[in-house]
Design a protein around this ligand. Structure first.
Ligand code: ATP
Length: 457
């Protein structure tokens, strides 16, 4: 696995991810996805949507408004409780997560409330990272607030959503009635979420603006355990699809679980900066629908017509962070390896992003051996033909060896070289990213060759 510096530098150099607002000195912990990054991220979201929504009969999607009625966030508990324990360095006024400082000092924070943390900080003499005393921990609400309309007063305060999940509860009735789904079924959404994180960092691991892919899966209470297991299996399949070999399934202890949850698993990954959360899977009971029924006065129960029975469904919530997916996909794909000495005149080391072929930004790079017109008259129509099916890069500058290395570094599975023999034999050389093997393929068979190899992947 590369260290973070190596990965961040590759991301910047090759146009995956840049620091946000860089010409103005950046904006702390904001990142922009560049031309290759947006392709990778979109491919991840497309694969997820296809796999978990379009390929299933029991999940439907929504795309809800990002700013919702503020009563949603009162009912969900976010206005009251979506907070982190915060301490302040009394000299520099910098703020830190109290639980993080305690964990760094080797203290188990399981089940601790604010008072326990205050006591532990006092007893153990915990100081700020700058060595100064700290204030007592306070709850800091992480929702971004703004105002709807031109007047800034208390009546029109609204929040940027801190998760996509609540829309699936709020829209439950509309979705269920229009899609006519019966239990068990799920509602999925992909979209941005905002959290005013106190300690963002580690590149795109923790930012204040990020994307989530979430499903609320509604079922009968008696069946929650079966569906929890099924979603755990589904999440494992997805992790394998991303090319991950290792991850950790951390069963959250009762003291650390939300009171309504009988089971929660954090899927963790060993990042270069330590073992931390990647995804989550939680059983939420009927907590959310109950809250919204109480607050809105609407009946959000499901009517089982066969049994003539009204049920408030229970919910399994698998949740995936998009940006953390991009990060682990890149980390798992990165390798530095020996290449055959002087492959086309290049050095014997190469960096390759062995991305799953479906996720690679470009599937094919067409590389005419020289800029001579005779070659581009073959290469350009070939690019146009292939582009109707796949993302294709075209590059005719520098040595072929350099161009292969560049494509390896951005994860392009197939390099197609057009050379002077192509004029005679109507064939091209296809080089495989992973094996570096080259094969001579007839131009008219190229599309089906790529098709077969993409499918095999
Ligand atoms: P953490 O413990 O790392 O703060 P969380 O438990 O608060 O995460 P959830 O509320 O379960 O996270 O959010 C679901 C998913 O959204 C997480 O598993 C993660 O992939 C992603 N996520 C959450 N917060 C952030 C963030 N600040 N930046 C990027 N991704 C995030």
């Amino acid at each position: 696995m590369p260290d973070m510096e190596t990965l961040i530098s590759l991301c910047k150099r090759r146009g995956f991810i840049f620091p946000g607002s860089e010409i103005y000195g950046g904006l702390a912990n904001s990142w922009d996805y560049g031309p290759l990054g947006v392709e990778l991220k979109n491919n991840i979201k497309k694969a997820w949507w296809r796999h978990f929504v379009q390929m299933r009969d029991d999940v439907v999607g929504i795309d809800a408004a990002l700013i919702m009625n503020p009563r949603v966030w009162e009912a969900s508990g976010h206005v009251g409780h979506f907070s982190d324990p915060l301490v302040e360095d009394i000299k520099t006024h910098e703020r830190y997560r109290a639980d993080h400082l305690l964990e760094e000092a080797g203290i188990d924070v399981t089940g601790m409330v604010l008072e326990d943390m205050a006591q532990a900080i006092k007893e153990r003499g915990i100081k700020s990272p700058k060595g100064n005393p700290l204030t007592e921990p306070r709850a800091f609400n992480m929702m971004f607030r703004t105002h709807l309309g031109p007047v800034e007063n208390a009546e029109n305060v609204v929040y940027l959503r801190p998760e996509t999940a609540q829309a699936m509860f709020v829209d439950f009735k509309n979705v269920q009635q229009t899609s006519r789904k019966k239990l068990p079924f799920g509602i999925a959404q992909i979209g941005k979420a905002f959290r005013n994180e106190i300690t963002p960092g580690n590149f795109i691991f923790r930012t204040r603006e990020f994307e989530q892919m979430e499903i609320e899966y509604f079922c009968r209470e008696s069946e929650w355990e079966i569906h929890f297991e099924k979603w755990l299996v589904a999440m494992r399949e997805w992790l394998k699809f991303l090319g991950l070999k290792d991850w950790y399934e951390h069963e959250i202890e009762e003291a650390d679980r939300a009171h309504y949850s009988k089971r929660t698993i954090d899927i963790e990954y060993d990042y270069p900066f330590g073992k931390k959360e990647l995804y989550g899977l939680a059983y939420r009971g009927s907590f959310d629908l109950d809250n919204h029924m109480r607050a809105s006065g609407e009946d959000l129960s499901f009517l089982d017509q066969e049994k003539n029975e009204k049920i408030v469904p229970h919910v399994i919530e698998p949740t995936w962070g998009v940006d953390r997916t991009v990060l682990v996909t890149l980390l798992a794909a990165y390798r530095e390896e020996e290449a055959p000495t002087g492959e086309e005149g290049e050095s014997d080391k190469r960096v390759v992003l062995a991305l799953p072929k479906d996720l690679a930004p470009f599937k094919i790079a067409v590389l005419p051996l020289s800029k001579k017109e005779e070659l581009s008259t073959i290469a350009k129509p070939l690019v146009a033909q292939l582009r109707s099916r796949w993302m294709v890069d075209y590059d005719e500058t520098q040595s072929i060896g350099k161009r292969y290395r560049r494509q390896d570094e951005i994860g392009t599975p197939f390099c197609v070289t057009v050379d002077f023999d192509s004029l005679e034999d109507k064939k091209v050389t296809v080089r495989d990213r992973d094996t570096m093997q080259q094969e001579r393929i007839a131009i008219e068979e190229l599309e089906s060759y790529i098709d077969t190899n993409m499918r095999a992947a």
